[in-house]
Design a protein around this ligand. Structure first.
Ligand code: NAD
Length: 327
């Protein structure tokens, strides 16, 4: 592909990805499957890699999420809520491991977690009390959805210690609740949700908290964004601390000594994921040492110390019509 053709293709890909991203992140109504979106994104990243002069700061390849909806109060994240790099096969995981070891040496272990398919949220606690909850939004500015989040029973309103901290997690709709909700919608002649992820996001981004309260949502907390006076050496210690505080932390995480062990874990969950009561769309792999995480740092869009292994698509193509927010 010559430079002119590449420029045209890059333009087309950006326009498509912008449109798909808007429907997915802002309206919670995807137009295409995640696999289709990911494929176009990979093509864009490859073309931008081959033609660095085409790289632009507002390309979907470097932007996180979508704009916050105007009817919620805006919340500025003290520490940006970023996206994750992707791995689609074993070779991508080995490449990730090589890049990590090139920067921090060979003494690396990984924390592996299920990648819950829901909505990323940030929860802020002051002296042990839940004071604010927000969506990721565009990574820097999110939406204040505190009142909706308070309806999720798994979110402690008061912690077991008087800690002040910000935590991150994935709010999700269990498969059973999703099926019941879509059945009720179908009986009422209303449009169904495309998948549990969109149902969870659509429920939490409503102005009336009574809607979220009826949707049987839950949450897994997977990271500390910011914790005063906490000196944790590793991510897996962080998860144990979160449990101590009273958060719901997923029990299936595994601390792996090598990337081959990580690959085994991803294969294991590829087989077992259908048995889970909630949807996962992959595995998140994080360098376990906090010191090494700091050394690796971030790109504009994602941490260099983590990657998301994406499972091949399981979903059927969904056809979605108008662009109003589903209730
Ligand atoms: P991502 O979903 O690939 O990964 C980042 C997210 O993973 C985090 O924000 C967090 O919400 C989530 N996560 C779940 N469990 C986690 C854990 N244990 N630890 C850390 N994070 C965890 O990135 P993204 O930027 O949220 O979304 C990009 C993806 O969204 C695309 O790859 C695509 O699959 C999908 N997408 C689809 C469409 C569409 O039209 N179908 C449009 C835009 C995006």
């Amino acid at each position: 592909m010559d430079r002119q053709e590449a420029e045209k293709r890059v333009q087309t890909l950006r326009e498509k990805l912008e449109e798909y991203g808007y429907h997915y992140y802002v309206l919670d109504q995807p137009l295409v499957t995640d696999a289709e979106y990911d494929q176009l994104m990979q093509e864009l990243i490859a073309l931008e890699g081959e033609h660095p002069e085409l790289v632009s700061e507002d390309s979907p390849s470097v932007r996180v999420g979508g704009e916050p909806l105007p009817f919620f109060e805006k919340v500025e994240h003290q520490i940006p809520m970023l996206s994750l790099g992707n791995a689609f096969n074993d070779q991508d995981l080995r490449d990730f491991d090589r890049r990590v070891r090139e920067r921090v040496g060979d003494n690396v272990t990984y924390s592996c977690e299920l990648k819950i398919d829901g909505l990323a949220v940030s929860l802020t606690y002051e002296n042990g009390k839940f004071v604010r909850g927000a969506t990721r939004g565009d990574g820097t500015i999110g939406e204040d959805i505190t009142n909706n989040l308070k309806t999720i029973p798994a979110i402690p309103l008061k912690l077991k210690q008087e800690a002040s901290l910000e935590v991150r997690g994935e709010a999700y709709m269990p498969k059973k609740s999703f099926e019941a909700l879509n059945e009720a919608k179908s009986e009422a002649g209303e449009e169904k949700f495309a998948n549990p992820r969109n149902a969870a996001a659509g429920s939490l981004r409503q102005l009336d908290p009574k809607i979220a309260a009826k949707r049987n949502l839950s949450i897994f907390i997977y990271a500390i964004g910011n914790a005063e006076g906490q000196d944790l050496a590793s991510h897996h210690e962080g998860l144990a601390y979160l449990k101590e505080l009273g958060f719901k932390v997923n029990n299936e995480s595994k601390h792996c000594a090598t990337i081959e062990e990580v690959i085994e874990y991803t294969n294991e969950w590829l087989d077992k994921r259908a048995d889970l009561p909630y949807e996962i769309d992959g595995i998140v792999i994080k360098v376990d040492s906090i010191e090494q995480q700091k050394e690796l740092g971030f790109t504009a869009k994602s941490p260099r110390w983590a990657t998301a292994f994406k499972f091949p698509a399981e979903e059927v193509v969904t056809v979605l019509r108008d662009i109003e927010l589903s209730v």
